[in-house]
Design a protein around this ligand. Sequence first.
Ligand code: FAD
Length: 465
Amino acid sequence: MNETVCSLLVIGAGPGGYVCAIRAGQLGLDTVIVERTRFGGTCLNVGCIPSKALIHAAEEFEKAVHWASGHGSLGISVCAPTLDLARTIAWKDHIVGRLNNGVASLLKRARVKSLHGRARFRDGKTVTVETETGVQLVRAQAIVIATGSEPAPLPDLPFGGPVISSTEALALTRLPGTLAVIGGGYIGLELGTAFAKLGSAVTVVEAESRILPLYDAELTRPVARRLKDIGVTVLTQARARGLSGKGNALVVETAGGEKRIPAEKVLVAVGRRPVTDGWGLEELDLDMAGPFLRIDEQCRTSMRGVYAIGDVTGEPMLAHRAMAQGAMVAEILAGNRRSWDVRAIPAVCFTDPEIVSVGLSPDEARAGGREIKIGLFPFSANGRAMTRLAEDGFVRVVARADNNLVLGTQAVGQGVSELSAAFGLAIEMGARLEDVAATIHAHDAGRGLSGSGPQGPRPRAARLA
Ligand code: FAD
């Protein structure tokens, strides 16, 4: 058995793992990374990047269909478009491939040694890796677990045949005529919306009383309106029970009785579970927080020298959180003091319209009896939004009533994901309303907190509820 000795071993090359390894290599740590599939993890191969590619293609297709319908108000008309989904998927795969190569070259440039194969813990300092050429033993002073997550199955609807996860949905080369999406969270809605725009008849089945139950209701209303607009049926307080006898319909229990939803494909998007089983982790006897690895603020597990980052450590399961944790752990291992502000993690839904939220919602901010101010500006009063046919939505700022400290910022509307960094900056820097008001927002961008004219916003009492 070949043996490698290193300062740091990173298990998993998703956004958490590869950022950690690259930063550690740049900081001079002798680093090894092991990945069982392709560099980039869920995010690059079967998550963020492929879904955003499909969403973009679907938006473009929907626009073309709209202009072809002759109902558009801009005076534009085109011929009816056609879709070649196999080409769309090939285009997406090309982007993924370029980014895979990008990660590989960044790792190489940072002098990180890459091993391809499945890692298995022997003990808290030693891991075996089954590579194509044999088993490698890696001894490391520190180990970072970055094994991520995988789609959670439903017991009554195991994956296989027409029942697919987001991974298979993002590789379909033939458009399903009918698609049932189980789960009205962000993954189900992003993909459901894209397929509806491409031409599938989509039904979303959600167990809670509304879609996107993790976001406050006000933010989700424009999304619900738009789903209706594009013909998506949403069944709330509904539970999928299984496939019908012939397998071409989904049996759903609703308040109004049992329904059969025609479904050429059934996309199960009910959440993701951490990759913690079957590779020796269970024998380390690490402290768990439910199914996830328990970590402290600096991503230490309960075992000395073993760290964990990203989805394997729980919510929010987001690529940028995994990256921030990865970079921080690398700095700590290199002897630098580092921390980051969990409150400043943006959450973005690339639904239509998009939702962005950083910090506290009004209800969260009010918890504990705190007095707050809320500033809200609707896009229906914003000139730029009007010119983009994007009037449904708003920007909202939540601040402490006593000292104007910004506690949270949220928005729903076309393109608002681009506000996430500005929102995050305000929270991270401890901005006050005066700072936001003093920031000059370009008038024609119309994407800041302005929209009322060249003077921009003044969060005066008149605007604050
Ligand atoms: P992962 O990306 O899951 O990577 C873990 C890696 O570890 C994998 O490559 C895996 O093969 C490897 N691995 C596991 N076990 C072993 C082992 N024993 N040996 C070797 N290697 C192993 N997040 C966002 O922030 N924005 C988005 O827009 C977004 N969109 C998404 C859309 C979809 C459809 C999905 C499914 C997810 C989306 N996410 C998004 C979530 C994002 O993909 C994850 O939060 C992110 O990938 C987590 O990173 P990670 O490094 O923790 O794990």
